[in-house]
Design a protein around this ligand. Structure first.
Ligand code: ATP
Ligand code: MG
Length: 601
């Protein structure tokens, strides 16, 4: 599925952080037979770069400890979820962990389900160990929380039988009202003390579809005056007459996140259940459910870390969905989106995202990460692997009057100064070439070292040229420059001492490749757009499309190849819209941080 191949596999050197320290302690004391983590997205949107942090952490810990990491669809809310999202999540995780796949498992063989046994009078479900698989393929699928609906239902019945859960008929509004607030104790539901038999019978009837949405819920019986409101008889199951993308119409009751999550972790034999800080207050409930069920195997434990927030973007799936639905972007994979699919389409290598995750580390304090940190990781990565090429984004024709039409002067150009093995290529200097409009000014300001009437500049890898005359159209626009090439100053083999201050790239007009080039800028024009009305901070100039001229070697390149267009940035083909006849390139990133210089932008 992945088109990009990292050679060699560039897993960052094993990072260290407080969660890895905890895991290392457990490994040292041999607390578990093996380390098993999970990455549990809800399939209600595409994955974003915040998820990438979590994927790198969970798969990374599994990989570093010879363990496993399960990709689990946390699909307990049928109304917001969709198979389109399941598929995109599979693709994004494959792509991001490519190269780590033989170290840890993210996927299980299709259809393989946990087996069950009866222990201590209640059922216990065991996810059999699955051997790590080399590369995730068509016969593999992720884990699904919905695969455990039968088991989770059985555990709910077990809790009722232990007198630890009851069916409650309060309306959703009254349930909220009775719960109280952190400084005000809750009030017990009048249904709290109904008999076990009555709750069992009602729960069965809820399952059978006898009641409408919202009529009844199953609640844990914990403590209505607990300081932690999550322990005030939380709802475990609710009625939802909705089809589910995996289980169809089999169920009309669905477990709540808190009930399904800890049990899914237990069923799969997860040892370390790592989530973001807002779940810290849920942890006592996580532990309560597993403990009250009296489960026979080692229990999973929850650990929390700070979520990633990144400058100049929004990250909540709800907001990203709004941008897509309101067509403010072209889709979830719009290259301006902070989604994994958007970043991939823009040309960001998976290895750069993994390095970014390693660079930002894992802490317990929420903070805003400067987008420059991401951009730095992308530039470092692309600088090493990109071939250098010449392109002209806004072409201006230049006629070299002393090079006859139909002839050419071969010029040797270096493919990648960072990698001598990348070798050289030949560029042909011909009668007509293109330079960028920005590299010529009729009336230049001081310190402008590029071309001007009567001035000189070096065409990189070729020679110095002089602008003899300027051709204009009827309205006075410059259409062509007539120049002479000083072939004595050819880059190689010349012994001239002539020097000029400016060096620019160029493209021979003879064999130039025409391409659409998409230039991206930040999607939002303030660092923290996430205030009340984030849409008003959208950057109206986040996409510019130009018709560019590229050097001939860029004809027919592969979608996985990465290029530095000299002086312009890093570019790659758009994997969706580009065709061999009509190539489309995306600018992944500029060479330098253009925002650092322009604080007022
Ligand atoms: P959103 O708020 O964007 O909808 P979510 O937390 O509901 O995100 P999930 O699909 O439930 O999204 O997330 C799957 C996993 O990814 C969870 O374990 C969650 O903690 C983690 N995760 C989500 N967002 C971030 C983030 N910004 N930084 C780090 N981890 C994240
Ligand atoms: Mg969530």
């Amino acid at each position: 599925m992945s088109e990009e191949k990292d050679t060699p596999v560039t897993a960052p050197a094993a990072p260290s952080d407080f969660i890895r320290d905890i895991v290392a302690g457990h490994v040292a004391e041999k607390r578990y037979a093996g380390i098993v983590t999970r990455f549990p997205p809800e399939p209600n949107g595409y994955l974003h770069i915040g998820h990438a942090k979590s994927i790198c952490l969970n798969f990374g810990i599994a990989r570093e400890n010879g363990g496993q990491c399960h990709l689990r669809m946390d699909d307990t809310n049928p109304t917001k979820e969709d198979v389109e999202y399941v598929e995109s999540i599979m693709e994004d995780v494959h792509w991001l962990i490519d190269g780590w796949a033989d170290h840890c498992l993210g996927f299980k063989p299709r259809g393989k389900l946990p087996t069950s046994q009866v222990v201590n009078g209640s059922e216990d479900f065991i996810q059999e160990a699955v051997n790590p698989l080399k590369s995730p393929g068509a016969d593999l699928e992720p884990f699904f929380a919905s695969d455990y609906f039968d088991q989770i239902y059985a555990y709910a019945v077990a809790l009722i039988k232990k007198g630890k859960a009851y069916v409650c008929d309060l309306s959703p509004e009254d349930t909220d009202k009775y719960r109280g607030s952190p400084d005000k104790p809750g009030v017990e539901s009048p249904f709290r003390n109904r008999s076990i038999e009555e709750s069992l019978a009602l729960f069965e009837r809820m399952r059978a579809g006898e009641f409408p949405n919202g009529a009844r819920v199953l609640r844990a019986k914990i403590d209505m005056s607990a300081p932690n409101v999550w322990l005030r008889d939380p709802v475990l199951y609710r009625i939802r007459h909705s089809d589910h993308h995996q289980t169809g119409n089999k169920w009309c009751i669905y477990p709540m996140y808190d009930f399904a999550h800890c049990l899914s972790d237990y069923i799969e034999g997860i040892t370390h259940s790592i989530c973001t800080l807002e779940f810290e207050v849920h942890r006592p409930l996580y532990d309560w459910i597993l403990t009250e069920l009296g489960l026979p195997r080692a229990l999973p434990h929850q650990y929390e870390f700070a979520r990633l927030s990144l400058g100049y973007t929004v990250m909540s799936k709800r907001k990203l969905l709004q941008l897509v639905q309101e067509k403010l972007v072209s889709g979830w994979d719009d290259p301006r989106m902070p989604t994994i699919s958007g970043l991939r389409r823009r040309g960001v290598p998976a290895s750069a995202l993994r390095q970014f995750a390693a660079n930002i580390g894992v802490t317990k304090f929420n903070s805003l990460t400067d987008v420059a940190v991401l951009e730095h990781a992308i530039r470092e990565d692309l600088n090493r692997k990109s071939l250098r090429r010449f392109a002209v984004l806004r072409p201006l024709k230049l006629v070299l009057t002393n090079i006859p039409a139909g002839t050419s002067v071969p010029c040797e150009a270096v493919n990648n100064p960072e990698d001598p093995a990348a070798g050289t290529r030949t560029l042909d200097l011909t009668h007509e070439v293109y330079i960028d409009q920005e590299d010529f000014m009729e009336v230049p300001p001081p310190k402008y070292f590029r071309l001007r009437p009567g001035g000189e500049v070096r065409l990189k890898y070729a020679c110095i040229i002089k602008c003899d005359s300027v051709v204009k159209d009827a309205s006075g626009n410059v259409t062509e420059l007539h120049c002479t090439a000083d072939l004595e100053t050819r880059a190689s083999g010349s012994n001239t001492t002539k020097k000029v201050k400016g060096t620019i790239q160029w493209v021979s007009a003879d064999k130039a490749v025409e391409a659409e080039v998409r230039l991206y800028d930040r999607l939002f024009n303030v660092a923290e757009p996430d205030d009340g009305d984030y849409k008003r901070h959208l950057n109206p100039n986040s996409l510019e499309i130009v018709r560019a001229k590229l050097e001939p070697s860029l004809a027919g390149v592969g979608k996985e190849e990465r290029f530095q267009f000299e002086r312009l940035g890093y570019f790659a083909l758009d994997p969706k819209d580009s065709t061999p006849e009509a190539p489309v390139f995306n600018r992944t990133i500029t060479l330098k941080d253009t925002w650092a210089k322009a604080p007022g932008k």
